[in-house]
Design a protein around this ligand. Structure first.
Ligand SMILES: *Cc1c(COP(=O)(O)O)cnc(C)c1O
Length: 389
């Protein structure tokens, strides 16, 4: 089966790259084990959509398989094929459903399990989800409040009745998705659970799945039979506002390519942000083309009028603020507080990692860890540590 070859590889070697990205596969495996424990008695699957949240579907899938994960979710049939080429035995669900009769053939060939989200999906799979005389397994997504994908509860109910008669579908999983799981007190959580359970009773042969990472921490009846963690596997905080129990998986660092001395009254970067004191500035070879968002630009930049401070880096034991606008390939850090001659050309500043928690970096850029990870880009030198890959 031809597999489109646009999965992430290790990127350029470090001497050709402006930044390096380290992915700790043993931390990933530890996170999977913690989420499995928290999911019990449900099983934990793993969500590997968008190239495993930007970290590389191949090494991530292999490490999770080695950690005991056997069931996976991706977003698109393309991703299902990529994952199948890495894990011939895995159970692979594809969340975004069926696009067409042609894609149904790709699903059958690669033994992918479509999540049927709409009447169109149902019709295609009822007609084309067969091998010889056997209807191939599928999942049914019922919408319980997100209004994104999924059948209405009413349609799911009539489907259960129809399918009991016709047997046209073999739904092995009934799933829904929580809109506010990261806000445990939100009333929609319980409403969605109740709505889901009412439909779930009509599919006694199917397993059930409701929880993403945050949902796992709601616990109890939310857990169902199978959970679907994504971001927490990769080290993101599953629930905002409380301590993050996950291990750090991703470290992103940028190379210092110049150190300059800027006088008070001079300006830096595009738009000429004023510098108020004599400053030492580290010019670093990572920018928004590497997913270091422009919205993380330094304090005093006009686009930051809503939030006073920009992103920070970490170098030689110190937090250092971004100075001026983040540009496509370069970012400036104010390293004055380190004193003169504290850094050398070629040293690295940590952008994301153990000292710069990903959720904090995301917040400084007005976004979420998910978006930071999936925008990391192709120019980092990638190193996978702590695994067998
Ligand atoms: C992305 C996604 C998940 C994983 O969510 P996280 O918040 O990353 O844990 C689970 N289920 C569905 C339907 C998703 O789209």
């Amino acid at each position: 089966m031809p597999v489109p070859s646009n999965t992430t590889d290790n990127g350029p070697p470090s001497h050709l790259a402006g930044g390096r990205l380290t992915v700790d596969l043993s931390a990933l495996a530890a996170n999977y084990r913690l989420l499995s424990q928290r999911s019990a008695p449900a099983q934990a699957a793993a969500v590997l959509k968008a190239d495993a949240y930007g970290l590389g579907i191949k090494p991530v899938a292999s490490a999770l398989w080695a950690a005991g994960c056997r069931r996976f979710f991706v977003a698109l049939p393309l991703e299902g094929l990529q994952l199948r080429s890495v894990l011939p035995q895995a159970e692979i669900f594809v969340l975004t459903g069926l696009f067409s009769v042609e894609s149904a053939a790709a699903y059958r060939e690669a033994r992918l399990i479509p999540v049927l989200n709409s009447q169109s999906d149902l019709s295609i799979w009822e007609a084309h989800g067969w091998d010889d005389e056997r209807s191939r397994p599928c999942a049914i997504h019922v919408d319980t409040g997100m209004n994104r994908l999924g059948l209405t509860p009413e349609r799911a109910r009539s489907l259960a009745e129809e399918n009991a008669l016709t047997g046209a579908l073999t739904p092995i999983l009934l799933m829904s998705h929580l809109a506010c799981a990261d806000a445990p007190d939100h009333s929609l959580n319980r409403q969605q659970l109740e709505s889901f359970q009412a439909v779930r009773a009509l599919f006694p042969q199917s397993e059930s799945s409701l929880c993403n990472s945050a949902g796992i921490f709601l616990g109890g009846d939310f857990l169902g039979d199978l959970t679907r963690p994504g971001i927490a596997l990769y080290g993101g905080a599953p629930v905002s506002g409380i301590g993050n129990p996950m291990q750090v998986v991703v470290t992103a660092e940028t190379r210092i390519v110049q150190v300059r001395h800027v006088r008070a009254g001079q300006t830096v970067s595009y738009g000429a942000a004023p510098v108020v004191r004599d400053s030492v500035v580290a010019v670093c070879a990572t920018g928004y083309a590497d997913g270091y968002h422009r919205s993380g630009s330094g304090g005093g930049v006009p686009l930051r009028s809503a939030v006073p401070n920009g992103a920070q880096g970490f170098v030689h034991g110190h937090r250092v603020p971004v100075l001026g606008r983040v540009t496509m390939d370069l970012t400036l850090f104010d390293i004055t507080s380190l004193g003169p001659n504290a850094v050398a050309i070629g040293d690295y500043i940590e952008l994301i990692g153990p000292n710069m928690p990903i959720d904090e970096v995301a917040e400084a850029a007005g976004t979420i860890a998910y978006e930071l990870l999936t925008s990391l880009g192709r120019r980092y030198c990638r190193e996978y540590v702590g695994g067998t890959v």
